[in-house]
Design a protein around this ligand. Structure first.
Ligand SMILES: [Zn+2]
Ligand SMILES: [Zn+2]
Length: 143
């Protein structure tokens, strides 16, 4: 956690308790993680936490702007740290791999949605489902 971020939180009247910091660190370590995965990670350091605490804390961290969530499966939301560069997600339906992609890739789509529909795309929440290159090798062309 950077001093900068701590300072910003303090200025806005929020506190990063040790418990919140533990959970934030777990999200950072894991990259993309469901609440259950976060719980398994924090349990390595503290057995005092249960899954409902993790759910609540993740919601608080999101309100504080420290994590984001996206829906990468039909189960619980997946959280990621905002310390990473902003990104959206490609999710392979076959192997469930999550690939982070630069928002530049959808910049034209975002611009058109804004111009033609007055709609502001929430890129960090975006997940695109399909098949990754390992699961769907490029077709070989007849030579
Ligand atoms: Zn992400
Ligand atoms: Zn795959």
């Amino acid at each position: 956690m950077s001093d900068d971020l701590r300072e910003k939180l303090r200025a806005s009247g929020h506190r990063l308790t040790p418990q919140r910091e533990l959970i934030l660190d777990a999200v950072d370590t894991l990259g993309h993680a469901t609440p259950d995965e976060v719980l398994a990670e924090v349990r390595k350091k503290s057995s005092a936490l249960n899954v409902s605490t993790v759910y609540r804390t993740l919601e608080v961290l999101e309100q504080l702007g420290l994590v984001r969530h996206a829906h990468l499966s039909d189960r619980a939301p997946t959280y990621h740290s905002v310390r990473d560069h902003e990104h959206f997600h490609l999710v392979c339906r076959n192997c469930h791999k999550v690939i982070s992609v630069d928002p530049d890739m959808v910049a034209r789509l975002a611009a058109r949605l804004r111009e033609e529909h007055g709609f502001v795309l929430d890129v960090g929440h975006l997940a695109v489902f399909g098949t990754c290159v390992e699961c769907e090798p490029l077709e070989e062309t007849d030579a």
